[in-house]
Write a new protein. Structure first.
Lengths: 273, 315
């Protein structure tokens, strides 16, 4: 099977940042914790590829370590959404029409109605700014997304004949959900997971930009942009590189999501053929 | 229609009720109590006790919640601890920055997205379509606060068409005030316009596949005639729903953008409240934003049901 171009391109872009994040555990060109005031605000050169910030820290190294923060926050936030949202959605679907289904779905509607960034700001403000609280704040809003998508997917599968056969064979709703429904909605979840991942990167950047995400000295892309703001007129490279890192990572993930949908979603696949 | 409106109204009330409980609970679970949180670690016990009285923290949780909600219903949002003025006053002074900004951005986003989405749909698969789809794909990936910084760098620092931030006030004249909101509005609008243009495109394409368009073409209408006379109107339903939803993103996005441009709006007020630990301000402004978003969604729902009878059935 030929892979869609969007998947290959998006995957390649994202892989670069993922590798940079992983590599940063072992090696960065310079130490991001060391301040070298004599080398401050250097423009990009062969020595400092992306230049240095106002403390003389290497921007390239900081972007590598920042990738770690962004990706880790977004992955865990998506993880929270999947681990809590998918069981809720499956549970609602297996009790379709019952009060339980109603309660779960209305609860979901509620979370959807909230402006997520506002609540994330409230949560991090109250519990103190940290990467962990940013993860929780972003993760909470992923729960209804996954609950809704798995309920929708599951409902259409519950009507199929082989599910009826499984029920006649005496399998419980729980076992059917786990053994027959879950594997069949995995495609939907992978596509949605990619989208939520890219939204998570953007949300983390926004939270750390306003000082409510990862705290210094942990480098994060949003924080780097916040620091660059007052220096942007004479050191634009401070804002340019972290911003490009966010844009490319999100773009890569979105392209991957489009590509994955093309190959995993049977409806689109049929229309392409 | 009346039944639809009533169920929606009940769900609106429940949403607002739940939202207020959630916001109140978040503030309530602060380690210690709000008074010691606001005053910090080194506060004298007497001062904490005095503030606790002032905030009405003596009563039970239920009494405090009812007081808060009851106050808001009568327009009393409490008194800011740091500013020593009623929060209502602070909000009224700032809403005239945030609201015009959100509306300005919404108008821009729509004005850009409509023609762009329509062009992409009319030239499906051609260069124009591919170009628009690539640009919008990029637009979705750009964080609006970074885009704002780049706009400042180009239009305020390099070519000096606009100021880099601040708001002169409406008394300086509408033109001056709007000018200072222009860069923030563009920064807010472009990512939303990218999303909207893509939805506009796919919505028009969906309607073009319908039988009635084929009939119109068979009767001799050109492709563009069939789009303007038939497809456009039907394609508008999903597009308008998204515009309603975008208001929520714009209000939330404005919080961040106001900080980039140092605009004295509600977003700045929330952050000042957070840094000064002024919880009375934070909880009231957050509740107000949530109220605005939920109410706009409600109004949009009702408006569609009035326009399109098919939507009423979904209840």
């Amino acid at each position: 099977m030929k892979l869609p171009k969007t998947l290959v391109l998006g995957g390649a872009i994202f892989a670069v940042f993922l590798l940079a994040a992983l590599a940063s555990f072992l090696w960065t060109p310079y130490d991001v914790q060391t301040l070298t005031i004599s080398a401050k605000l250097k423009t990009p050169s062969a020595v400092f590829w992306f230049g240095t910030d106002h403390f003389g820290r290497d921007i390239f190294s900081m972007i590598m370590v920042g990738a770690r923060t962004s990706i880790a926050v977004a992955i865990v936030a998506v993880g929270i959404g999947i681990t809590l949202g998918v069981p809720l959605g499956l549970w609602a679907a297996s009790n379709h029409g019952s009060w339980l289904d109603e309660v779960i779905m209305r609860g979901n509607d509620l979370v959807f109605a909230f402006p997520s960034l506002v609540i994330a700001i409230l949560i991090t403000a109250v519990f103190g700014p940290s990467a962990l609280n940013a993860i929780i704040a972003i993760g909470i809003f992923n729960i209804p997304v996954f609950a809704r998508i798995s309920r929708g997917g599951a409902l259409s599968i519950w009507t199929l004949d082989y599910i009826l056969a499984a029920r006649v064979a005496g399998k419980s709703r729980f076992r059917i959900s786990l053994e027959h429904i879950l594997p069949n909605i995995a495609n939907l979840l992978i596509v949605q997971g990619t989208i939520q991942f890219s939204l998570g990167i953007l949300a983390e950047a926004a939270l750390s930009y306003v000082g409510l995400g990862a705290q210094p000295p942990t480098p994060s892309w949003g924080r780097m942009l916040a620091d660059s703001q007052t220096l942007i007129s004479f050191a634009p490279h401070l804002a340019l590189f972290p911003g490009m890192a966010i844009v490319l990572t999100v773009l890569g993930l979105n392209l991957m999501g489009d590509g994955l949908r093309d190959i995993l979603d049977p409806k689109i696949r049929r229309s392409r053929e | 229609m009346l039944r639809f409106a009533t169920t929606r109204l009940i769900s609106l009330t429940l949403s607002l009720l739940a939202a207020s409980i959630v916001i109140f609970a978040v503030i309530e679970v602060i380690p210690g109590d709000p008074a010691s949180f606001m005053l910090g670690l080194n506060a004298e016990p007497d001062t904490v006790a005095a503030l606790r009285d002032q905030l009405g923290l003596g009563g039970s949780v239920v009494t405090r919640y009812l007081n808060w909600v009851g106050g808001m219903l009568t327009g009393d949002f409490g008194t800011s601890y740091t500013y020593r003025v009623p929060v209502t006053e602070l909000i009224l002074a700032r809403v005239w920055v945030s609201l015009p900004l959100a509306i300005f951005a919404l108008i821009l986003s729509t004005a850009i997205a409509f023609p762009v989405g329509l062009i992409a749909a009319s030239y499906r698969g051609k260069v124009a379509d591919l170009g628009i789809m690539s640009v919008t794909q990029l637009g979705i990936a750009v964080p609006n606060f970074w885009f704002a910084m780049i706009l400042v760098l180009i239009f305020a620092i390099k070519i000096r068409w606009f100021s880099a931030g601040g708001f002169p006030g409406w008394d300086q004249g509408v033109f001056v005030a709007m000018k200072s909101l222009t860069l923030p509005a563009i920064a807010l609008a472009l990512p939303q316009a990218s999303i909207l243009a893509r939805i506009m495109r796919s919505s028009v394409l969906d309607t073009l596949d319908q039988d009635y368009i084929r009939t119109a073409r068979a009767k001799g209408l050109t492709r563009s005639q069939s789009i303007t006379r038939h497809a456009l109107r039907n394609a508008m339903i999903p597009v308008l729903t998204i515009i309603g939803m975008q208001f929520s993103f714009l209000m939330a996005g404005a919080i961040i953008i106001e900080n980039v441009f140092f605009l004295p709006g509600l977003g700045r007020l929330i952050f000042q409240g957070i840094t000064q630990r002024d919880l009375v301000v934070v909880e009231s402004v957050v509740m107000l934003l949530v109220f605005a978003v939920i109410t706009v969604t409600f109004v949009v729902d009702i408006a569609y049901a009035a326009v399109d009878p098919r939507l009423r059935k979904r209840g």
